[in-house]
Write a protein that binds this ligand. Structure first.
Ligand code: MN
Length: 201
């Protein structure tokens, strides 16, 4: 039998991101939502030709194929959530230093302008989805994706993301998605992870 897709461990304790994101939110989001995507995908992979393939391969091989939408949605959501946990850090947030600071300034003019644009992307994604900082040919861009969609199937390298599905913030912020996005930007974004993603091949 092919190796199943595994739920990766959270890189910190459930309570590590409080009070910006509560332990209760992380408990449901990681322990229920993220886990359910893993369980669903493993069921869909039983006896499937993609069983045993890596997660990123499964995402690429199912993207844009309506007959494989169920598999894509679960696989991409596993990828997105594993990425998202690493985008957050108890010691994160605020303005980065070093080359990332220069790249942000080059692309957005200033930290304040970047912050406004990223928060606006999070706020204006209609319905469920994700706000992303990506690198496209080395240039930084902010993009939004709906539902489970991922930028890397469109030639964009993800650097950071904010989950804007309601399950990501509703227990802590109710309908105030903008407050959640601004708090994540100010207090949690992991710029070391973003820089490593930028430099990765
Ligand atoms: Mn989520």
């Amino acid at each position: 039998m092919a190796d199943p897709i595994v739920l990766p461990p959270l890189p910190y304790a459930d309570s590590a991101l409080a009070p910006v994101i509560s332990a209760q939110t992380i408990g449901f989001h990681y322990g229920k939502h993220h886990k359910a995507y893993v369980d669903n995908l493993n069921k869909l992979l039983e006896g499937h030709e993609l069983a045993g393939a890596g997660l990123e391969t499964i995402v690429r091989e199912t993207a844009g194929k309506p007959e494989r939408a169920g598999m894509f949605n679960n696989a991409a959501q596993i990828w997105n959530h594993s990425f998202y946990w690493n985008c957050l850090s108890p010691n994160g947030g605020g303005q980065p230093s070093g080359p990332m600071a220069q790249r942000l300034e080059q692309a957005f003019g200033s930290w304040d302008h970047f912050k406004k644009e990223f928060a606006q992307a999070a706020l204006t994604q209609f319905g469920s989805g994700w706000a992303w900082l990506v690198s496209e040919g080395g240039a930084l861009k902010i993009v939004k994706t709906a539902n489970a969609e991922v930028p890397f199937t469109k030639g964009q390298k993800p650097l950071l993301t904010i989950d804007v599905w309601e399950h990501a913030y509703y227990l802590d912020y109710q309908n105030r998605r903008g407050d959640y996005a601004n708090a994540v930007i100010d207090k949690l974004l992991n710029w070391q992870f973003a820089a490593a993603n930028y430099e990765s091949v």
